[in-house]
Ligand binder design. Sequence first.
Ligand code: 13P
Length: 294
Amino acid sequence: MLVTLHEILSDANERHYAVGAFNCLSLENVMGALEAAEELRSPIILQLAEVQFPEAPMELMAPLFLEAAKRSSVPVCVHLDHGQSLETCVKAIRLGFTSVMFDGAGLPFDDNVRMSKEVTRIAKAAGVDVEAELGKVGDAGDSMADVFTDVGESVRFVEETGIDALAIAIGNQHGHYVHTPQLNIQRLIEIHDAVGLPLVLHGGSGTSIEDFKACIRNGICKINVATAIQRGVMKRIKERLAQNPDEEYIPLKKVMTEASREVVTEHILLFKDPYPTSPRGGEKDPLYLPEGRR
Ligand code: 13P
């Protein structure tokens, strides 16, 4: 069933789990991701980023995402990832996306507030939810100096814009990490205590299990994963071609769907119940930090 971001994230926020948001560039990605979600009876977010439009145009992908979501037996949110302009966000809203991200993280703070607020005003009139970003997530290899989300700015940003979810920068980066990152969980705790809104972790691929757990424990409700799917699919294609260099197209299509399902399954299981021994919905320990980082 097709649902909004708010519907999916409010339950995750209340019960301390995170929902995987998977960047899907093909039919195989979408079919594999939904098979995984249905098998695990888990909500899921299908998303497409504006930088991916050349390979997967939004106008073509929207009907696929939306029809797949409507047919699914689990809650599915169809989300625009990293919308770079008001125009792109409005286009996504008109195409039926149930949430949009406006990415103004590269703008000066006041411009980011003004633009995110404008996107939110328009989206809300259409019943669509909004994610926005503060701090610079950047790409793997970028310098990490002075890019973390500021706690005081997050409070002002959330109050002034009226967004539904805030993407933060705590040492996470998009793409292939050279080294496994050590996320700034202390900063996450401070932001979460200050804003109380569902928080979003971008750059999920390559994060340690320990950091995933600490993030989910401390307010991250949506985790974006793109690179891991692409890598997982490529790995399986190479393996199949190594076994059989003359493999045909249709069996390879099946390999791509199956590999997408595997990667999404692995992540949903990680995000779903990281504390099986703790009472779900019980008091969380606000000081939870990974071993050795207390
Ligand atoms: P990764 O490619 O690092 O998983 O990042 C995905 C992402 O954050 C999309 O917005």
